[in-house]
Ligand binder design. Sequence first.
Ligand SMILES: C[S@@+](CC[C@H](N)C(=O)[O-])C[C@H]1O[C@@H](n2cnc3c(N)ncnc32)[C@H](O)[C@@H]1O
Length: 281
Amino acid sequence: MPDAAKLTHYLTELAKDVDGYLQSGSASVIWSLFEVQEELGITGNIAEIGVYHGRLFVFLCHAAADGETAIAIDVFDSQPHIQGIETDEDRQRFSDTNLKRNLAAAGIGDDKARIVTANSQDMTRPDMQALTGGANVRLFSVDGDHSRTGVRHDLGLAEAALCDGGVILADDLFNTLCPSLTEGIIDYFGADTPDLEPVAIIASNGPLITGGAKLLLARAQFANVYKAYLRLLNRENFRHAVPFLGFENVLVFDFQGAPVRHPLDDAVRAAVARFMSEEAH
Ligand SMILES: C[S@@+](CC[C@H](N)C(=O)[O-])C[C@H]1O[C@@H](n2cnc3c(N)ncnc32)[C@H](O)[C@@H]1O
């Protein structure tokens, strides 16, 4: 079980000093995902493409159990043209020293976090599997190249590394700063025939209509069980279920408050069991 005290301390105290992006809704749902994976006995590594200073990655590291590794993949300042790095200030902003400093401040050592400097666009699916040690990643965040082709490529890497019960979080769906990213996700579902289903759309900082959400994906056989848990655990933030990417009943959450932990108790277990048995008939 992830250490709730550490996660709370990070979200309430440390995260504000880490530059980057980790919105309250994402944090609440990711926290629920950790609880659901614990409940379902889903274990494995954790990975993120596009970590920047580690605002989300440090949070993910706190959830990695003994024997699990959190893998950070970022181009950092190794290929200056990618970020448009021109000045020393730019270089400092994209240097991996920021991530290393933030991991150290959170007490996360090399035994838990592995930093890989690479352009994900140069990686193949076997490269990614070699990096993660096979298809054993239980949570993969995709937040690197925000172009149409870039995100489509990275989704393929993430899917190749995903374990059976794992989930992918694709960032910036419907973000008007990078509209082509959404096209890349649609391309992936249209042409690459993934063994994935959309589970939920999670508003970043609300209100929902401002876009910039995270899209949660799971393998087809696990989509319904994740939906059942997330809908119950985060019921106060659940807005509606809609068709998306060719699938019915994709959950939409609108978060505007502070991140909240929703304990997975016997009442939730009983309700999920009822829902899943109704689904089976
Ligand atoms: C929006 S930031 C990520 C924010 C981060 N997830 C957080 O928690 O704050 C995007 C990151 O993607 C990285 N990036 C962009 N293109 C990349 C590529 N082709 N390969 C690997 N990383 C890339 C950038 O260096 C940058 O750190």
